[in-house]
Design a binder for this molecule. Structure first.
Ligand SMILES: Cc1cc2nc3c(=O)[nH]c(=O)nc-3n(C[C@H](O)[C@H](O)[C@H](O)COP(=O)(O)OP(=O)(O)OC[C@H]3O[C@@H](n4cnc5c(N)ncnc54)[C@H](O)[C@@H]3O)c2cc1C
Length: 323
């Protein structure tokens, strides 16, 4: 069985889960094994109802006190027997912060390898899948073929697959799993979520992003980009030099050393399109770039390119949006 571990909080699904389902459906076609979605945590039933629309063999919920509040120990202890019951051959996860926290531990506990940040699946042999992942800041890609017995753990880069690529199939059967967890296995005692986390933005969930590059010239000019973001109902983000300069907080940086995003609209203002930036946003559905250099590499991946001075174009866009 291919098992997708869904991510949800209080019944609200992280939409990267749908991206992982799209990957699972492709993998199912390669290895000829059906896929099922495993939904851990309180609120799993509500998220499972939504996931039942996917073209998968089934949806399994896993609710247990060990899963609340979230701890990597609790997830590891509860998921290990659940994966055994589902006879998982592959375990697929979205490459979210939470996955990064618990999945390596779960794989290590089961003495299996984990292939992380995967961007695609290829066929290596008869029905052997190879998982494509970037290396050296995206300069190389490696085709990784897992060896030995499963389950093989694979995490998918946000935006590598599109949520709307996931095939819908009607009504997958939902069943509830139950597991026994030794409470002493949970050593962490999490405190209430960090207050600032409320303001901290998870750009990977944003539908629209206005991103600022060095073309903005100085900190005082960030305001014009903010006004455009407000007019579009978008989050503001930036290339690395802007965050390095402290003009926007680090959590707003997009790229290989920042966040990976996949919004419906990514508007790049005065960003040249260095590879370290592109790897963080190339999964966006529509990229609009404004740059005064017609040879800027960002135009190679932009769906719409506007060659010109952002200080003329952006105010005109804000005016047009207001109307
Ligand atoms: C290990 C490593 C990790 C890195 N990680 C990241 C990362 O996570 N994210 C990231 O973004 N970068 C990262 N970088 C840096 C990356 O290599 C680039 O230096 C950076 O992305 C460039 O940012 P930029 O496009 O804003 O600036 P520049 O490359 O300086 O481009 C500015 C652009 O603005 C245009 N412009 C100027 N004035 C105007 C105007 N008035 N109107 C319109 N356009 C104008 C210019 O034509 C130019 O194309 C990393 C680098 C390394 C070595």
């Amino acid at each position: 069985m291919i098992v997708v571990i869904a991510e949800q909080r209080d019944g609200t699904l992280n939409r990267a889960t749908w991206e992982t389902i799209a990957a699972a459906q492709q993998l199912a076609g390669v290895v000829g094994t059906p896929a099922t979605v495993l939904v851990p945590g309180a609120g799993a039933a509500a998220a499972a109802n939504e996931l039942a629309a996917a073209d998968v063999q089934g949806v399994a919920t896993l609710e247990h006190t060990a899963l609340e509040p979230y701890t990597p120990d609790g997830f590891t202890a509860a998921l290990q027997p659940a994966l055994a019951e589902l006879q998982a051959a592959y375990v697929l996860l979205p490459h979210t912060y939470q996955t990064r926290d618990f999945a390596p531990k779960l794989a290590a506990r089961m003495d299996r390898a984990i292939i992380t940040d995967v961007t695609g699946i290829k066929t290596a042999g008869a029905s052997d899948p190879a998982f494509v992942r970037p290396m050296f800041q995206g300069k190389l890609t490696a085709d990784v073929v897992p060896q030995g017995s499963g389950p093989h753990f694979v995490t998918f880069q946000i935006g590598a697959y599109r949520a709307d690529q996931a095939k819908k199939g009607g009504a997958a059967a939902i069943r509830a799993l139950s597991v026994t967890v030794d409470a002493s296995a949970i050593r962490e005692k999490p405190e209430a979520p960090f207050q600032q986390a409320k303001q901290a933005v998870d750009l990977s969930q944003a539908e629209r992003i206005v991103s600022v590059g060095r073309g903005i010239k100085e900190e005082a000019n960030i305001g014009v980009a903010r006004r455009l973001a407000d007019a579009l109902g978008a989050e503001i983000a930036a290339s690395r030099p802007i965050c390095d300069a402290g003009w926007l907080p680090m959590e707003r940086q997009v790229g290989s050393s920042g966040q990976t995003v996949a919004p419906k609209l990514y508007l790049a203002l005065g960003i040249s399109g260095a590879i370290q930036h592109l790897v963080g946003m190339k999964g966006s559905s529509t990229v609009v770039a404004i740059n005064k250099d017609p040879d800027a590499p960002i135009f190679e991946i932009a769906d719409y390119g506007i060659i010109g001075d952002l200080f003329e174009i952006v105010p005109a866009m804000i005016e047009a949006l207001k109307q």
